[in-house]
Design a protein around this ligand. Structure first.
Ligand code: NAP
Length: 280
């Protein structure tokens, strides 16, 4: 039976720690706001935006919401970002993705000043991660490192397989595990013998984006399994990329969905905002 890694509890601990830090920073006169921009009214995005606003309120930082209509042009969005770049009280800028098809995401991400890039998506932030320099780290992978560390799971020297090579999860995840001295392999859709490769992993991190794809045949006895996936199944219930009931008896520790990786993303966004206020 695996230990269940409780992301809900760990994310709450982090937010409580941040709340304390924010009040200490306030006492030193250090404050700041997170600007959250949403273009269009995608219902899933609206939920994420609301959760971010609530998290800001909980830790005690101001959030500024910009809800722009679907037909907003790229130029208009870039102008708003530039205004926020120049605003000294705004310490973090976040543009909720995905954007409508007529707006180029890369242009938007590049327009955010790297010292306000609390999502960690700017090429300068990614470059800093690659060469081990200071910069904001993408929130979901940073949250997974916290889950492992706060569950006393050793990373150094362990074999880690990350399934997925996306810019927001797979690649930064692999780099962070390397930074923590794991021996890392990245798997993707062209990888041969995925089950065999995964069975070599002491720590298996699954960000494949396919519901309940990873079963027992992918997991070594005693491995730690981190499930990044979030999906709604046919019964409208949340599930991950891993077949939890099949894998849990083999693993030594596992994240559930919901309540595993998911809550960590916002906690680490708050962490990045507080870091920005502290440094700004
Ligand atoms: P993505 O951009 O769709 O990337 C999926 C990756 O999986 C790609 O690199 C792809 O390989 C690889 N892949 C697909 N099919 C495969 C197969 N059969 N064998 C091996 N590799 C395969 O997804 P993402 O944005 O990284 O997100 C992954 C999952 O995490 C999604 O379920 C998403 O909803 C979830 N997510 C959760 C959070 C959170 O806060 N918990 C945050 C972000 C994402 P190729 O590169 O070769 O196509």
């Amino acid at each position: 039976m695996a230990a269940i890694i409780d992301g809900k509890k760990i994310s709450q601990e982090i937010k409580e720690e941040l709340k304390e830090k924010v009040s200490l920073l306030k006492a030193q006169g250090k404050t700041g706001a997170l600007a959250v921009i949403q273009v269009g009214a995608d219902p899933a995005s609206s939920v994420y935006v609301r959760n971010k606003k609530n998290a800001c309120a909980f830790i005690g930082i101001e959030s500024l919401a910009y809800e722009l209509p679907e037909e907003t042009s790229e130029e208009e969005l870039l102008r708003l970002i530039e205004d926020l770049n120049q605003d000294g009280q705004v310490k973090g800028i976040l543009v909720q993705l995905p954007l409508p098809a007529h707006i180029c995401e890369d242009n938007v991400i590049k327009a955010i000043r790297p010292d306000k890039d609390v999502d960690g998506f700017h090429p300068q932030s990614v470059g800093a991660l690659v060469i081990g320099q200071k910069g904001f780290v993408s929130c979901t992978p940073a949250g997974i490192i916290q889950l492992l560390k706060r569950s006393q799971i050793e990373i150094a020297g362990k074999r880690c397989v990350v399934i997925g090579r996306s810019n927001i999860v797979g690649k930064p995840m692999s780099l962070l595990m390397l930074r923590e001295h794991a021996t890392v392999t990245i798997a993707h859709s062209k990888t041969k013998d995925l089950p065999g490769l995964c069975r070599s992993a002491d720590i298996l991190i699954v960000a494949i984006g396919k519901p309940r794809f990873i079963g027992a045949e992918y997991v070594k006895e005693g491995a730690v399994v981190i499930d990044v996936g979030i999906h709604r199944d046919a019964d409208n219930k949340l599930c991950g990329d891993v077949k939890f009931e099949e894998v849990e008896p083999i693993a030594s520790a596992i994240t559930p969905v919901p309540g595993g990786v998911g809550p960590m993303t916002i906690a680490m966004l708050m962490n990045n905002c507080v870091q920005s206020i502290e440094e700004g």
